[in-house]
Design a protein around this ligand. Sequence first.
Ligand SMILES: Cc1ncc(COP(=O)(O)O)c(C=O)c1O
Length: 376
Amino acid sequence: MESETIVTLSSFLVEPNPRPATEAERAQKMVSPAFGTVFTDHIAMIPWHADRGWHDPRITARASLSLDPAASVLHYGQAVFEGFKAYRQPDGSVATFRPNAHGERFIRSCERMAMPGLPVETFIEATDRLILQDRAWVPTHPEHTMYLRPLMIATEAALGVRRAQEYLFLVQASPTGPYFASGIRPIAVWASREYSRTAPGGTGMAKCAGNYAASLLPQEQARSKGCSQVMWLDAKEHRFVEELGGMNLFFVLAHGSDKVVVTPTIEGGTLLAGITRASLLELARERGYRVEERLVPFDEVLSAIADGTMLEIFACGTAAVVTPVGRVLSNEGEHVVTEDEQMGPVSAELRSALVSIQRGTAPDTHGWMHTVPGTG
Ligand SMILES: Cc1ncc(COP(=O)(O)O)c(C=O)c1O
């Protein structure tokens, strides 16, 4: 079912928005854009049909979509998405962070949800073309970025429970400030034993809409306990720490006079394989830390917090970058990792290494940055 069609940049039809935001409107919206609330003038759009594959790519005015009430996505939830960022570079050009890795994960998500794979080249071209069109919306503020949200939905009007024969791929762009309203101060997390994110053999490794729908109630429960994120434990035994609602987790443990950087393994297929997680693992190894990807028992986390060997916990993801975790709450009570309002030294070191590459102030020795053609 995967289409061979590779849509090229030159084949994108550009239909400029007849009523784009004025310069003053744009400037006003970009003063302090809360995550996911401000959108640019255009979207990228590519339809797929079982007979035609990907066709008619367009950059067009951002507007409401028209869907048949029987569109499969509305009933059976075939919807996958991605989230990555574009950064203004010191020379004024715009670069995205690891778009290949995001494009590859998008394909894996599509496969799991029986949706057609979008070639990575097309994924990158669509986002490049959108960024080029809306480059005035890429923030110059040093703490703001442009968040990109690729999405694929099943649009076929058919109520049979089977893979749809028509899809729509979209990309929208959203200038954004820091993810947490509190800035990068330590957050509290709620370890849920009542709910599970996903079971072995489920959809945990996919960035599919349903995973997030199922997380909303536990996320509300976390908030009611004074926490900003739910911490997921494994679905089988609720024994091992997996990740947060929208971020991966790292633990910095004391080992004699050394520090060990530990993160839950993704081998079981129940966690989202974060691109930030993978990048921080590389940066930590390069900086000489002993790094472990393994099962992390929740009991080990609690006892290390209690005996003082848990030096730091941090969450990471595209939206939150690196955010310290100050407190873990669970049925057992409150476990304070740090009272400090500042980030721990390892979290701060890794955050700074990552952000410097993304902002173009440190050399990109890994080839992670992709300059958007035409923005230089
Ligand atoms: C459930 C979940 N885990 C982890 C992450 C972090 O992934 P990434 O670093 O690729 O943004 C995200 C965000 O995309 C997420 O939604």
